[in-house]
Design a protein around this ligand. Structure first.
Ligand code: ZN
Length: 128
């Protein structure tokens, strides 16, 4: 599974570059919870914000996966398990007090970065 979530994909890099340019600092490909074997793509540890940028194929993006999975009996169970795993990750993190943001790799990095930035700011303000 770890091999599937590849590090440093182009969409991730584009989002990270924009966040860096705005002065945000964060961890990359980091486990939000030490004892949970799930790695988020961008992690703001102090704000407890985990960001996932999900690959369209492996995480069954509704825009791109239907065409792929239609004729593939082999992939369907795998993709289904991935979806379940994503949902489980969301639940476990939320239970631990984390905020989870998920985006698709096909989304505009500009918009993704803006959404992440506004969430970080919201979490910062709600802290005091
Ligand atoms: Zn997609």
């Amino acid at each position: 599974m770890q091999a599937i979530r590849s590090k440093d994909t182009a969409p991730e890099l584009a989002v990270r570059r924009r966040l860096h340019a705005e002065g945000f600092r964060f961890r990359v490909a980091h486990r939000p919870l030490k004892d949970l074997r799930r790695t988020a793509d961008i992690v703001f540890t102090r704000r407890k914000l985990a960001v996932f940028i999900d690959g369209c194929f492996w995480h069954s993006c509704p825009v791109h996966v239907p065409a792929v999975s239609q004729n593939s009996d082999y992939w369907n169970p795998k993709l289904f398990r991935n979806r379940q795993r994503d949902e489980e990750t969301n639940v476990l993190l939320k239970e631990a007090g984390w905020t989870v943001l998920r985006f698709w790799a096909h989304e505009d990095p500009e918009k993704v970065a803006a959404a992440v930035a506004s969430e970080v700011r919201a979490l910062t303000f709600s802290e005091s």
